[in-house]
Design a protein around this ligand. Structure first.
Ligand SMILES: NC(=O)c1ccc[n+]([C@@H]2O[C@H](COP(=O)([O-])OP(=O)(O)OC[C@H]3O[C@@H](n4cnc5c(N)ncnc54)[C@H](OP(=O)(O)O)[C@@H]3O)[C@@H](O)[C@H]2O)c1
Length: 322
């Protein structure tokens, strides 16, 4: 496993980080034993960065991480997230900051995560949504973050950017007030490479890539026949027409990459790691099998420029979340 600097911080993180939304809930029946095994295996294979959130199963994913640390007899960096108080995803740009991240809420949710993670300090605390409109109203927010840092309850602070809206955080990236951003970046959504990534490089802001596998479509395992469990949120995300459209794009991508002789998931992660602004890529992993498959990507050679250029042509603008 290779490691990369985490922006301007003193942290180095594994190129493959561990995404844990899938093990927290909303992705069909849970299997805690498999999830803990996956986390322990990840640590054994060199993962040093795990992403979670207070809302993933109302603290469940966080407590699975604590259990995995106990079994692995080792701790690694954890990034968690504070949900907006109004529980609105994505961030609504006209809503005042006091309705989303007031001081009391930030402190209470940080205490909630500390308890679930059974720790005294969270490596990276993030806001689960962000709007640049809030920057002007942010005095109390950033004072509260400074206080939490001073108290040793968090080391670093970052934001998670609205789905497919990478340019909604350009101002905060330039402000010097955050250590990291978390953003959707994958073969289909390459928009962050235009403005966000160069700006992050300029200001030393770390980039955490989420949804690198397009919620599963870029694994090649989702087909026109796939039927999602009724408790898997993707039963509403990949509706029949969207599934058909997605499979057409995946089929074309497969044709252009089959000469590489690697699984599509492997190529999808290699694509994300090819951008030098990226510190870590966090595929959602709840089985040992997927952890093993994804961790080997970091040790593999980089994609050749000619292949990268071919893959870039598969960029596809859409927003299935809205
Ligand atoms: N707003 C936010 O801040 C936000 C939003 C979304 C995600 N996130 C974070 O980003 C992480 C990653 O995003 P995500 O989990 O939504 O989507 P993702 O990583 O793009 O895709 C997850 C899916 O890929 C599958 N998968 C993973 N590795 C595989 C492999 N090698 N072969 C085949 N299938 C594989 C998983 O399989 P199984 O179903 O078999 O487990 C799961 O269905 C999350 O876990 C979470 O930590 C943050």
């Amino acid at each position: 496993m290779h490691h990369r600097p985490f922006g301007n911080t003193s942290l180095n993180v594994s190129e493959i980080g561990h995404g844990t939304w899938t093990m927290g809930g909303m992705w069909g029946p849970r299997n805690d034993r498999s999830a803990i095994n996956a986390l322990v295996k990840g640590i054994e294979l060199g993962i040093t960065f795990i992403d979670t959130a207070a809302v993933y199963g109302h603290g469940h994913s966080e407590s699975l991480i604590a259990s995995a640390f106990k079994e692995a007899k080792q701790k690694v960096s954890v990034a968690t997230k504070i949900p907006p108080k109004n529980f609105q995803w994505p961030a609504q740009h006209n809503i005042p900051l006091e309705e989303t991240f007031p001081k009391k809420h930030i402190i209470e949710l940080t205490e909630f995560s500390l308890k679930n993670l059974r720790t005294d300090c969270i490596t990276l605390q993030q806001l689960h949504v962000w709007s640049d409109q809030w920057l002007e109203q942010g005095d109390e927010l950033f004072e509260t973050i400074s206080l939490l840092k001073k108290q040793g309850k968090i080391n670093y602070f970052g934001i998670s950017i609205n789905d497919h809206e990478p340019n909604s955080a350009l101002e905060v990236v330039s402000s010097g007030l955050i250590d990291s951003v978390q953003v959707i970046y994958n073969i289909f959504d390459q928009e962050p490479a235009n403005k966000l990534f160069p700006l992050c490089q300029k200001h030393g802001v770390a980039v955490i890539v989420r949804v690198p596998l397009d919620e599963g479509s870029l694994t090649g395992n989702i087909t026109r026949e796939t039927s999602f469990h009724k408790k898997d949120w993707r039963s509403r995300y990949f509706t029949k027409e969207r599934l058909e459209e997605t499979c057409q794009h995946v089929d074309q991508l497969r044709k252009d990459t089959q000469h590489l002789g690697k699984p599509l998931s492997h190529i999808a992660l290699q694509f994300c790691l090819a951008h030098p602004a990226v510190s870590t890529v966090i595929p959602g992993m709840r089985t040992i099998d997927n952890v093993e498959k994804n961790c080997v990507v970091s040790g593999d050679a980089l994609l050749k420029e000619v292949d990268l250029e071919k893959i870039k042509k598969h960029c596809w603008k859409r927003n299935f979340y809205s």
